[in-house]
Design a protein around this ligand. Structure first.
Ligand SMILES: [Zn+2]
Ligand SMILES: [Zn+2]
Length: 184
């Protein structure tokens, strides 16, 4: 019954996402993320409490505004980034699991991509290998990186989460990442 309803509502129901305790549950805007990256920056090491963070990217305009019921369940931690943006980090207030990041540019616009923390996608629902994730910010990696992996010291040349919508970010990227390791 539920499956029928889903199929009639949308051809692509998205990927099921949930936090560790189950308080926060929702679906990604589609089952086909725009990309995936393992980010080894020091911020991602903190936010993931682990060696690196893994992000799935979706178009911001497919994610925001968040449904009211979802927004009410999420808590937000914000911090400035060294390139002058503000990172909004959404997490479950009960179990603390980080769910998604949205970057707000100085002019108040959101960056064109939102990153979802890939480990929150329910087990078996995402083919991680097929996503061929890049490794980014490998300059601060704490794990061995294999030569066959696609690795970048900071952002890849065609930066995954660039501020293409508002401009400026492209030009300042090199400076911005000098110490500004924006979690992505
Ligand atoms: Zn939770
Ligand atoms: Zn990062």
């Amino acid at each position: 019954m539920a499956d029928q309803a889903k199929e009639s509502a949308a051809a692509d129901p998205g990927l099921p996402v949930s936090c560790e305790c189950g308080h926060v549950q929702f679906r990604t805007p589609s089952s086909t993320p725009d990309g995936m990256a393992h980010c080894h920056c020091t911020n991602c090491q903190k936010q993931s409490a682990s060696a690196f963070g893994t992000s799935l990217y979706f178009p911001t305009d497919k994610v925001f505004p968040l449904p009211a019921a979802l927004e009410q369940k999420l808590a937000v931690f914000t911090h400035p980034t060294d390139s002058g943006n503000t990172m909004h980090c959404y997490f479950c207030p009960r179990c603390g699991v980080r769910m998604l990041h949205a970057c707000i540019l100085p002019d108040g616009l959101r960056r064109d991509k939102v990153s979802f923390k890939a480990g929150t996608v329910d087990a078996g629902c995402l083919d991680w290998r097929a996503m061929k994730p890049k490794h980014i910010f490998t300059r601060s990696a704490v794990v061995e990186l294999l030569p066959e992996w696609e690795c970048y010291e900071t952002y890849p040349p065609a930066a995954v989460p660039s501020g293409a919508t508002a401009g400026g970010e492209e030009g300042t990227k090199e400076d911005g990442v000098k110490k500004g390791e924006e979690p992505v």
